[in-house]
Design a protein around this ligand. Structure first.
Ligand SMILES: C[S@@+](CC[C@H](N)C(=O)[O-])C[C@H]1O[C@@H](n2cnc3c(N)ncnc32)[C@H](O)[C@@H]1O
Length: 438
C-alpha cells in the first residue's frame, strides 16, 4: 500500500488523526491535529482510507508521553498520547459541533468542563480472561486495540492502583484452577468498603478452586461473586456478602447499595461532582416537584429527595427501581420519592400529562438518548411544561438530536452545555445541557 505525507486536521473520537487526500478522508492511527506525518495506507474504502504512521515529520506541541506502557496495544484507552487538557478541549468541540451539525442548536453559554481525576478513576471494568495454552499463560485484561485478543497487560493506570496490582495475581489464580480455559471474564466493581470481582465460569468450580478464591479474597480484600450462567445467576460466594457493595455520596449523607452488574457511573469521584452540578443547574426550590428520567438505582433521585418536596424516578429496569426504593427507605426518603418501571423509549405526551406537573426534569438516558421523552415534552402546552430541564448525556449525537427537538420544534431555550471529563484517555464524551421553557 502507498506511503503518503499527510497534514492532520482534526481528531475523531477513536483518537485517529483525520487528514484529507485528494478530497478523500484518511484516518491516521496515532496522529494528532497539526502534525505532518508520513503514513502508509493500510485500508482503502470508497469513502475513506485508513493509514498507519511511519514517521512523524512535524510533531504536535500537545503530544505527550503516554502514562501506560501498554498504550497503543491495549484497547482500554485511545488518547493517552494527547495532553489531558487538549483531550477535554477536543471533546468540547465534538459537543459543540454535534449540537450545531445534528441539532442546529447553539448553547447561549458554554459551561467550563467538569474535572475529576485523570488516572485511577475507573471503578467499573469488564476484564476478559484467556488461557493461552501454547504459551502456558493466562491473560487478564482489556481487549487489544486491533482485533479481539486479550491484551497482555501487567498494569493499568486508569484502574484504581489496588485493582491494577491484582492483574498479575489474577493470572496466577485462574492458572491454578482446574479448568482455566472455562473462565471468560471477570467484572470489577469497586465499592466504598470492598472490591467485588464477579467471576464468570462456564463449568462448575471445584472445591480446590473455591479455596483458592477465598485465599485470594482475604489477601486482596476482595469479595467474590460468581456467575455460572446468564446475568440472573449472579450471587456472592459467601451469602453474607450480598449487601456489602455500595458507594457513598457524602454531600447528601447517602450510601447507595448495588449489585456488581447494576448500572453505576464508572468514575465515582466525578459522579459526585456531576450530581452537585446537576442539582445546582436545576435551580431547585424546596417546594418543587421533580422527575428523574432514566433514574437507575436513584443516583440523582435520592440526592434530589434531600432538597425538594417530591421526586418521581422512572427507569426501564425493575431491578434498579426496586434497589432505588430500598435505598430511599433506608434513608427515610421514601415519603418524598416514587419510582416507576417503564420503557421511556415508548412514551408520549398523554403519559407525561398523566404523570402530573413537574417544576424540573432531569434526564440521564443511555447512548440511544431520549427522543420519545423530548417529543412528549414539546407536545405539552406552555403552562404544562417544566421550567427547567437538565440533560446528562453519554452520547453527543443523541443529545444534539434531542436538543434540536426541544429547541427547534418546542421553543425551549438551550441555556448552556458543557463536557464532563468522566472517561479520561478514552473517546467517550459525557456532557450536560440545560434547557429553559420560555
Ligand atoms: C446513563 S444510565 C443513568 C442511570 C442513573 N441516572 C445514574 O446516574 O446512575 C441510563 C439508565 O437508563 C436505563 N434505560 C435504558 N434504556 C431504557 C429505556 N428504554 N427506558 C427506561 N430506562 C432505560 C438504564 O437501565 C440505565 O439505568
Amino acid at each position: 500500500m502507498t506511503l503518503e505525507v499527510l497534514d492532520i486536521e482534526s481528531l475523531d473520537l477513536e483518537a485517529r488523526g483525520v487528514a484529507r487526500r485528494e478530497g478523500k478522508v484518511v484516518f491516521v492511527e496515532g496522529a494528532l491535529p497539526g502534525e505532518k506525518v508520513r503514513a502508509r495506507i493500510v485500508r482503502s474504502k470508497p469513502s475513506f482510507d485508513t493509514a498507519r504512521i511511519e514517521k512523524i515529520i512535524k510533531s504536535s506541541s500537545q503530544r505527550v508521553e503516554p502514562g501506560c506502557p501498554h498504550f497503543g496495544m491495549c484497547g482500554g484507552c485511545a488518547m493517552q498520547h494527547l495532553d489531558a487538557a487538549a483531550q477535554v478541549a477536543i471533546k468540547q468541540r465534538v459537543l459543540e459541533d454535534s449540537l450545531w451539525h445534528i441539532g442546529k442548536v447553539r448553547p447561549a453559554t458554554i459551561m467550563p468542563p467538569l474535572h475529576g481525576p485523570t488516572w485511577g478513576y475507573r471503578y467499573r471494568a469488564r476484564l476478559s480472561v484467556r488461557a493461552v495454552r501454547k504459551k502456558g499463560v493466562v491473560l487478564v485484561g482489556f481487549r487489544e486495540r486491533r482485533g479481539s485478543y486479550v491484551a497482555d497487560i501487567k498494569e493499568c493506570r486508569v484502574l484504581p492502583p489496588h485493582v491494577s496490582n491484582m492483574l498479575l495475581p489474577l493470572r496466577d489464580l485462574i492458572g491454578a484452577f482446574a479448568q482455566p480455559d472455562r473462565i471468560p471474564q471477570i467484572e470489577v466493581a469497586v465499592g466504598d468498603q470492598t472490591t467485588v470481582l464477579l467471576l464468570r465460569h462456564m463449568e462448575p468450580l471445584t472445591s480446590a478452586d473455591i479455596t483458592l478464591l477465598r485465599e485470594f479474597g482475604e489477601r486482596h480484600n476482595v469479595t467474590w461473586w460468581l456467575q455460572p450462567k446468564g446475568p440472573e445467576t449472579i450471587h456472592p460466594l459467601d451469602p453474607a456478602d450480598i449487601d456489602k457493595l455500595a458507594y457513598t455520596l457524602p454531600e447528601y449523607g447517602l450510601r447507595m447499595p448495588y449489585r456488581p452488574t447494576d448500572f453505576t457511573q464508572v468514575n465515582y469521584e466525578i459522579n459526585r461532582v456531576l450530581i452537585s452540578k446537576a442539582l445546582g443547574l436545576l435551580d431547585l426550590q424546596a417546594t418543587d416537584k421533580v422527575a428523574d428520567l432514566f433514574c437507575g438505582l436513584g443516583n440523582f433521585t435520592l440526592p434530589l429527595a434531600t432538597k425538594v418536596a417530591s421526586v418521581v424516578g422512572i427507569e426501564g429496569s425493575s431491578t434498579l427501581t426496586e434497589r432505588a426504593l430500598e435505598a430511599a427507605r433506608l434513608h427515610g426518603l421514601d415519603q418524598r420519592t416514587r419510582f416507576a418501571t417503564l420503557n421511556l423509549f415508548e412514551v408520549d405526551v398523554q403519559w407525561l400529562r398523566e404523570l402530573g406537573y413537574f417544576d424540573r426534569i432531569l434526564i440521564d438516558p443511555p447512548r440511544e438518548g431520549a427522543e420519545a421523552v423530548a417529543r412528549a415534552l414539546v407536545a405539552l402546552n406552555t403552562d404544562e411544561r417544566p421550567k427547567r430541564i437538565v440533560y446528562v448525556s453519554c452520547s453527543p449525537g443523541t443529545l444534539a438530536r434531542d436538543a434540536g427537538i426541544l429547541v427547534n420544534e418546542g421553543g425551549y431555550k438551550l441555556r448552556s452545555a458543557g463536557v464532563v471529563n468522566m472517561f479520561p484517555h478514552t473517546g467517550h464524551v459525557e456532557s450536560i445541557a440545560v434547557f429553559d421553557a420560555l
